[in-house]
Design a protein around this ligand. Structure first.
Ligand code: ADP
Ligand code: MG
Length: 326
């Protein structure tokens, strides 16, 4: 194996990047010229955060909060939960970290997929509502039966932490890909912007286009990433509408957000997907410093003005007319 590595051209040196499985997804951190120790530090950092936030790991802070209804949280878990509650307020509850009892009933955390009936959903929905979470001086508490899951924002938060870790180590160019939650640190080493492909939500594996970014996160949410097909052929995706307790069918099939904060982008992609075009447009009008690219069920593209210069549609979308939001 060492011999094989020696045969590789310098540009493809495998030790420039590290791929590992964490937070239920495949992650790759690429640091051109970076050391093995630095890549290990990145992997360790993600695993450390996962051990705090994981809803399925019984020893995590979040699992303890869910089991006991009350927990004193570390600064990081409190920051992430607090940020998620702020995002819930901003998105009028489209992002709601208390959806967990519903998501679990559909089998999305276990893989035992099923369609709960209306009575079961109504009972579970009574447990959903981000306003039920109390967070004060790092101590969180939940009413009986209420549970939180930070899965919709944890990868974006982790990408910010990795960017900070790498910057602190003097790194000026890196690509952090946490299962589609991408953070571009600086530019490529040749000075050109990172070019990030946005997948076609039709599941074909093709791209609708490329965004050119430096020092920004690029995050996409789409149900083509995780879904199950019921016996009757219905496809159920993993992003839920807190108003119904069912997979969101808002007319938006993919939402990409580009901005300086990975956490914010991760929270917004999930929320925009749930909100649908009208609500998404109204929210995006009020947000500065972030851009968004939405694909609707008809395959039409909707984008904010910052993408005029940086987004290049391609493939089946190369001639697509883009509806500009602002
Ligand atoms: P991914 O984890 O595929 O990147 P998201 O960031 O969009 O996707 O988060 C979706 C996950 O968050 C789901 O797997 C589910 O556990 C949870 N979730 C689903 N819908 C919501 C929602 N409306 N608000 C908060 N969390 C959600
Ligand atoms: Mg998200």
């Amino acid at each position: 194996m060492c011999l094989l590595a020696l045969c590789l051209p310098a540009a493809a040196r495998a030790d420039d990047s590290r791929t590992f499985f964490a937070m239920d997804t495949v992650m790759t951190v690429t640091v051109p010229g970076g050391s093995e120790a630095l890549l290990s530090a990145c992997e360790d950092e993600v695993r450390r955060l996962e051990a705090l936030f994981s809803v399925t790991d019984e020893s995590s802070e979040i699992a303890r909060l869910n089991a006991e209804g009350r927990a004193v949280l570390s600064d990081e878990t409190a920051a992430l939960l607090g940020g998620a509650l702020d995002a819930a307020a901003l998105t009028d509850g489209a992002l709601d970290v208390t959806l967990y009892p519903v998501v679990r009933a559909w089998g999305f955390t276990t893989g035992d997929y099923r369609v709960p009936d209306d009575g079961e959903l109504a009972a579970l929905l009574a447990l959903v509502g981000w306003q039920q979470v109390t967070l004060e001086d790092g101590e969180a508490s939940l009413p009986p039966g209420v549970m939180v899951d930070l899965g919709s924002v944890a990868k974006g938060f982790a990408s910010d932490r990795l960017a900070a870790l790498l910057r602190g180590s003097g790194v000026t160019s890196a690509l952090i890909d946490l299962g589609g939650n991408i953070y571009c640190l600086g530019a490529k080493r040749n000075g050109s912007a990172w070019r990030i492909g946005v997948r076609d939500p039709d599941g074909s594996g093709e791209y609708i286009g490329v965004v050119a970014v430096t020092d920004k996160a690029v995050v996409t949410s789409g149900s083509y990433e995780r879904f199950f097909v019921a016996k009757d052929g219905t496809v159920y995706g993993h992003i839920f509408d807190p108003a119904t307790g069912r997979p969101a069918e808002s007319g938006i099939v993919s939402a990409t957000v580009i901005g300086p904060c990975g956490f914010q982008c991760d929270a917004l992609t999930t929320a925009l997907y749930v909100m649908g075009l009208e609500r998404a447009e109204a929210l995006l009008e009020t947000l500065e410093g972030v851009d968004a690219l939405l694909v609707d069920a008809e395959g039409e593209l909707w984008a904010t003005g910052g993408l005029r210069e940086t987004f290049t549609p391609m493939g089946a979308y190369s001639a697509a007319a883009i509806h500009w939001i602002r």
